[in-house]
Design a protein. Sequence first.
Length: 95
Amino acid sequence: MARLTTAMTAGSLISGNGTFSVNDEAHIVNWYTVDNLTGDGELLNLSFTVKEGAAEGIIPVSVSLNDDLDSNLSDEDGMAVPATFVSGGIRIAKA
């Protein structure tokens, strides 16, 4: 099992403004900003702590829009912005 320990804005795409909320039990992080972001790039860096004795394998990590609604990612005029999210994972191996 892994636990999200930090979620931070990443790169020059984001000014660092925004609000995070974390629900550990549901394994959900929400991030909100009123900044009008332009361009392509990284939005967030997520860091995890793996519990001692965790089984080897891959723990999937994915990013999606709240309730999968396109309107949850919009521009300053409230228009939905197309986005592509790349899923990943945490590989746990014996030391």
